[in-house]
Design a protein around this ligand. Structure first.
Ligand SMILES: Cc1ncc(COP(=O)(O)O)c(C=O)c1O
Length: 436
């Protein structure tokens, strides 16, 4: 497509290149003979050399860099329990205990009331899918909802809700935002007797802004609706930003109408990838998530989440990182994130950009009223930056990690250069606004 950067796949190391298709890897067949690990490791390093330079702090999406000490804890804890399987709590009581402790720590941070419950899942999409399934089963069994169910969500909510809705044949009703936030009155109008869930984000991914969860909760209470707060991004940063004195409004189980939450450990919890929490106001609600099947010859199978096999490494690494950092560690790491965000906010404003809304956590998006943000993105990409974009309005997007606090000056200098290039007409290529 004209004007859109396509990022070429890296050349494949000669030893592994397939004659059929050297670019994509399709056509590769299992080698007849094995290759020694040292050689394979070298090949893998060569492949990684073509990836984004996140270790230099030049990536502000996909990766959360809390520094080498946290990475070491993730790695060691992960490998210690890499072969163990969370599917078998009787065989691995260690994992069950670690999962329960992680969930309990999460509920403690997010004002889970007495009797609140939850599980570790593989990620945000998994947590959201399980929450939707739970809300649907609750609506059918407890409220007697029949026929096609629907979810009412703000335009800014993550597509994971659409994915879950598609899988479960649920109608997705996205409602335009008001001032970039969930429009509570419009969402109330969109809800009906078959609404199994209304959604608020804390924060939403595109703008990094926290929806008016208190108002959504009041509306949910009035209408008897299930409010899910998607805190995949904010769940493990917002409580600490609040402790650090940040002006974060109530967004979790503190708000009475909140029935469930998704909060990712592998984002601002700085845990290894493959770890999120799905949390419920009560065990009675969580009970609708559980899958229980004895109708096969292998013995009764009871699983809390979508997964069968559950990687012990991800559970163990989450437990280890949370205990390694503790409240003090998280507060310090998150202080670096909000410091970086504030520095960048001030810097981009000086350059004539307009920050979207009033971000409070680690994501910010900003636009330029005269020059095309996508073209500016293209110039930044030339300097090794890989970040995200927003489409409405067109903007540049950053999801910051503690490590970014050390590179704010470089980013702002490169942004100034990129803007100058675009102003001078040296636009280069633009990027398609793709999230993945
Ligand atoms: C607000 C929000 N919810 C859900 C998700 C989905 O999380 P995951 O990519 O872990 O499935 C994301 C991912 O960025 C997100 O930003």
């Amino acid at each position: 497509m004209a004007g859109i950067i396509t990022i070429d796949a890296p050349p494949r190391p000669a030893s592994l290149a397939s004659p059929k298709d050297r670019r994509t890897g399709m056509g590769t067949t299992l080698p007849k003979k094995g290759t020694e690990w040292g050689k394979l490791k070298g090949d893998m390093e060569a492949r990684g050399a073509h990836d984004v330079k996140w270790r230099e702090g030049k990536t502000a999406v996909y990766v959360f860099n809390a520094g080498p000490e946290v990475a070491e804890v993730q790695k060691e804890a992960y490998t210690m329990f890499m072969s163990e399987n969370g599917l078998g709590p009787m065989a691995f009581p260690s994992l069950k205990q670690m999962e329960d402790e992680v969930v309990s720590m999460g509920l403690g941070l997010l004002h889970g009331p007495e009797g609140a419950a939850g599980n570790i899942t593989s990620g945000g999409t998994d947590s959201i899918t399980m929450a939707v399934k739970t809300a649907r089963d609750y609506a059918r069994k407890v409220k007697g909802v029949k026929g096609t169910c629907n979810i009412v969500a703000p335009w800014s909510a993550h597509p994971a809700f659409d994915k879950a809705a598609k899988m479960m044949e649920i109608e997705m009703r996205r409602v335009p935002c008001a001032g970039l936030l969930a429009d509570v009155a419009a969402m109330e109008k969109a809800a009906d007797a078959n609404t199994i869930m209304i959604v608020g984000s804390a924060p939403c991914f595109p703008y990094g802004l926290i929806d008016p969860i208190g108002e959504l909760g009041a509306m949910a209470g009035r209408r008897g609706l299930w409010l899910h707060v998607d805190a995949c991004v904010g769940g493990y940063i917002a409580p600490f930003v609040r402790m650090n004195g940040g002006d974060v409004p109530p967004f979790d189980f503190e708000v009475p109408g909140v029935m469930s939450m998704s909060a990712d450990l592998h984002k601002y919890g700085y845990c290894a990838k493959g770890a999120s929490t799905v949390l419920f106001r009560s065990e009675e609600l969580r009970a609708h998530m559980i899958f229980d099947c004895a109708d096969w010859p292998g013995g009764r199978m009871v699983t809390p989440t979508l997964a069968g096999t559950r990687p012990g490494g991800a559970i163990a690494a989450a437990w280890a990182v949370m205990n390694f950092l503790g409240e003090e560690g998280y507060r310090a790491k998150h202080r670096q994130v909000t410091d970086a965000r504030e520095t960048i906010e001030a810097g981009v404003a000086k350059l004539g950009f307009r920050v979207l809304g009033r971000p409070q956590l680690g994501i910010l998006a900003f636009t330029h009223d005269e020059f095309d943000p996508f073209a500016i993105w293209g110039k930044l990409f030339e300097r090794g930056w890989f970040t995200s974009l927003t489409t409405e309005p067109k903007g540049l997007h950053l999801m910051l990690s503690p490590f970014h606090n050390a590179v704010t000056a470089t980013y702002l200098a490169d942004l100034e250069w990129a803007l100058g290039e675009v102003k001078a007409g040296n636009e280069g290529k633009k990027r398609e606004a793709r999230y993945s």
